[in-house]
Design a protein around this ligand. Structure first.
Ligand code: SAH
Length: 209
């Protein structure tokens, strides 16, 4: 594994597929995905697929993460909540995009590793909690952007409530076997929803309705 592997990942899986923009490509080049996978998987860290991070969960495929970040139109200084932070990879990318990331992860063991993973990237001080992200994080709301990194049948109402007017939420919406990356825009008087590409994410597990 070297800088070349990371460069090839960005070039072949993201740039040549015309996903994202220069800002996003630069952010990807600044985060070693190998720091977010298990030791035994480091040799696959720059592959074109999700990888297990234990507990039945996965770090998402780089191209899919790039698409989510692009659809979310992340800008410098924005407060961005990620629901389902898993390994912390997307939080690191948000940080490199100069956003202010907030993360929620349901599984304690994964959540406890996030700080360790981020510190390998020299990233400290990201606000993060363990819990059910269906309910968002009211204390720090409203958010400019919300990214849901787990599949849901329906976009959770509390997340829509915690989004600023003018804000964008991106989530994989659909059944267990396939979802559509969905972009929600909260306008003053209405909510606009656009269905984008098909995708497969692990389910959002919640008691919320
Ligand atoms: N962006 C992460 C994706 C991890 S997979 C990464 O690239 O590593 C999705 C994560 O969502 C899993 O870790 C899973 O435990 C978590 N998750 C599922 N339901 C959740 C919920 N209700 N609240 C918070 N996290 C949840």
């Amino acid at each position: 594994m070297s800088k070349d592997d990371l460069f090839l990942m960005v070039q072949n899986q993201i740039i040549s597929r015309k996903i994202g923009d220069e800002k996003i490509h630069r952010a990807f080049l600044e985060v070693e995905r190998a720091n977010f996978v298990r030791d035994e998987d480091k040799k696959f860290a720059y592959g074109d697929s999700p990888l297990s991070i234990g507990f039945g969960q996965t770090i998402s495929q780089p191209a899919m993460v790039a698409e989510m970040l692009y659809e979310a139109k992340i800008e410098e200084g924005q407060k961005v909540l990620e629901v389902g932070s898993g390994s912390g990879y997307l939080l690191a990318l948000l940080y490199r995009l100069k956003a202010i990331p907030y993360g929620i992860e349901r599984i304690k063991e994964l959540g406890e590793k996030i700080d360790e993973n981020l510190s390998k990237e020299g990233i400290k001080g990201i606000k993060f909690k363990i819990g059910d992200g269906y309910y968002g994080w009211k204390e720090y709301s409203p958010f400019d952007r919300i990214i849901v990194s787990a599949a849901t049948f329906k976009i959770p109402e509390p997340l829509i409530d915690q989004l600023k007017i003018g804000g964008i939420l991106v989530a994989p919406v659909g059944g267990e076997s396939v979802q559509y990356l969905t972009v929600l825009k909260k306008e003053t008087d209405k909510i606009k929803i656009e269905k984008k590409t098909p995708c497969v994410f692990v389910p959002l597990i919640t008691d919320g309705k």
